[in-house]
Design a protein around this ligand. Structure first.
Ligand SMILES: [Zn+2]
Length: 151
């Protein structure tokens, strides 16, 4: 087994932190070249904000850190296939490349459901790389939901 790219390693660590706080374990990292610009974890419960997905928080933090609303020279790493809302935000932010871990057959909107970036109305399509760290990401989610069912 070859090591994961450091950005996905960091996103998985953020996802694990989210689980420890009772949030669905999803983590995201924005990279600008080799530089980490933002790291975020899913936090809708803590923030009382249904839009506080890891990708949204990471994109907002990165844009603030860089002082601009376009991230066309940035890459987003996230442990789970983005939903429709986050795919929309990725397009609005003009993210160059999207790397994601586990597939989300129920809530994903990149390779499932609306397939947002494939729609003719989508004005920006990042390069998409799927399945990076997918096993570990899926295991975090499985453990989280099975612990909740047991509890
Ligand atoms: Zn989302």
């Amino acid at each position: 087994m070859f090591p994961l790219p450091p950005a996905m390693r960091q996103a998985l660590d953020a996802a694990r932190d989210a689980a420890a706080r009772g949030e669905v374990p999803v983590g995201a990292v924005v990279m600008c070249g080799e530089q980490v610009v933002a790291v975020a974890a899913n936090a809708p419960r803590a923030l009382c904000d249904p839009t506080a997905h890891a990708e949204m928080l990471a994109i907002r933090a990165a844009a603030r850190a860089l002082g601009r609303d376009r991230l066309e020279d940035c890459d987003l790493w996230v442990t789970l296939e983005p939903c429709a809302m986050c795919a929309g935000a990725i397009a609005h932010a003009r993210v160059a490349r999207l790397y994601f871990g586990a597939d989300d057959a129920k809530g994903g909107a990149v390779e499932h459901g609306p397939r947002f970036f494939a729609q003719p109305t989508c004005h920006h399509r990042p390069e998409v790389y799927a399945g990076i760290g997918a096993g570990e990401s899926a295991m975090l989610l499985r453990d989280f939901f099975s612990a909740r069912r047991a509890g």
